[in-house]
Write a protein that binds this ligand. Structure first.
Ligand SMILES: Cc1cc2nc3c(=O)[nH]c(=O)nc-3n(C[C@H](O)[C@H](O)[C@H](O)COP(=O)(O)O)c2cc1C
Length: 338
């Protein structure tokens, strides 16, 4: 079959940024250095999310405290021992800002900076400095495990919504919010973030649960790269939200093959962030993803990505809750029949 790749329109819009295709690099060590950011651009990556600058780093650097605790105060020594020392972060807050402006000067693709924190406090003002350094957008990662038994879900939701409101008040650049899936009613959280002005939702954070060493009787952490098995949770929620909230939708987690990327588009994703697959296969993998998407579009005679986006979402399902519940029961029954 004669290729019609040149006629294909794989372009997409994310956070108001026009991108030639939906594959972008998620926050990762690729963002640490200008040469790897350039390699991503040379490989055809549509945009890069830098690694995160953490709330703990900012408050330590500017207020001399981590979560309001003074590292020199012995009563906090045990708690603060859980956090890495300032020297273990790849860049200080000031160096991060400098890095954003150098990255912007080094490449033409959009650079999305990343802030990572959990509280609606003064550290957020640092976002303004990142904006002034030239970031095209900001991704806010709200990674938090609420271990307190006294904190109700509503308080957690109020806090994240107020963080987003505060950032939107401070910034003119778009703000994407990277979230965990573990909410009782994630759809309503998405709607609240929409109302707070979020420009994008990034679904979902992976959770790095500590394992337990049965010899030493100690917990230990090990970072395993993802596999496609993790994608389905993301597909499910993108499919539920597509067309029902205003923010752009990004998938992060478990996109390894072109088919994974295609599924994300069919669910309704505007962009697909990749980290594990790029760490495993190198930046050239972006091109494999893009060509796989184009071949599939040709095969289905889609000339524009928009014709495919959201085809498998629940937008046109009259009762999404019945679909999900019915799907659950049918899935259990499929095992009985097998
Ligand atoms: C080595 C490594 C470093 C990461 N650093 C960050 C980070 O600084 N900030 C962040 O929001 N996510 C970070 N992530 C998470 C990724 O951005 C991504 O959400 C996650 O790996 C799931 O995507 P994947 O399945 O494509 O790997 C990191 C992931 C890896 C593997």
């Amino acid at each position: 079959m004669e290729t019609t790749a040149t006629a294909l329109q794989t372009d997409t819009s994310y956070l108001g940024l026009r991108l030639p295709h939906p594959f972008i690099a998620g926050a990762s060590p690729f963002g640490y250095r200008l040469d790897t950011i350039k390699r991503l651009e040379d490989a055809g990556c549509a945009a890069v999310v830098l690694h995160s600058l953490f709330e703990e780093q900012i408050t330590l650097g500017f207020e001399g405290r981590v979560r309001h605790m003074d590292p020199l105060d012995s009563q906090f020594a045990e708690t603060l021992a859980h956090f890495p020392p300032a020297s273990e972060y790849p860049l200080t807050p000031d160096a991060y800002v400098e890095h954003v402006s150098r990255a912007k000067a080094a490449v033409k693709i959009p650079i999305i900076a990343s802030l990572n924190g959990t509280s609606a406090e003064s550290w957020l003002r640092f976002a303004r400095i990142i904006e002034q350094a030239g970031a095209d957008a900001l991704e806010l990662n709200l990674y938090d495990i609420v271990t307190s038994l006294a904190t109700p879900a509503a308080a957690v939701e109020t806090e994240i919504v107020s963080i987003v409101k505060e950032l939107k008040r401070l910034l003119a650049i778009p703000v994407a919010v990277k979230l965990p899936p573990y909410f009782t009613a994630f759809g309503n959280v998405a709607r609240q973030l929409d109302a707070a002005g979020a420009d994008g939702l990034v679904l979902f954070n992976r959770f790095y649960q500590p394992d337990i060493d049965i010899k030493t009787l100690e917990p230990f952490a090990q970072l395993e790269l993802s596999t496609s098995a993790e994608l389905l949770l993301r597909l499910q929620w993108v499919a539920i939200l597509h067309g029902r909230v205003r923010p752009s939708l990004a998938v992060t987690g478990g996109v390894e093959t072109p088919n994974d990327g295609i599924k994300a588009v069919l669910a309704g994703a505007d962009v697909i962030q990749m980290v594990s697959a790029l760490l495993r296969h190198g930046p050239a993998h972006i091109d494999i993803m893009r060509r796989g998407l184009e071949r599939w579009m040709e095969w289905h005679k889609f000339s524009r990505l928009d014709e495919a986006r959201g085809r498998c979402s629940l937008k046109r399902t009259s009762d999404p809750a019945a679909f999900e519940r019915g799907n659950y029961i049918r899935t259990l029954h499929s095992w009985i029949r097998a």
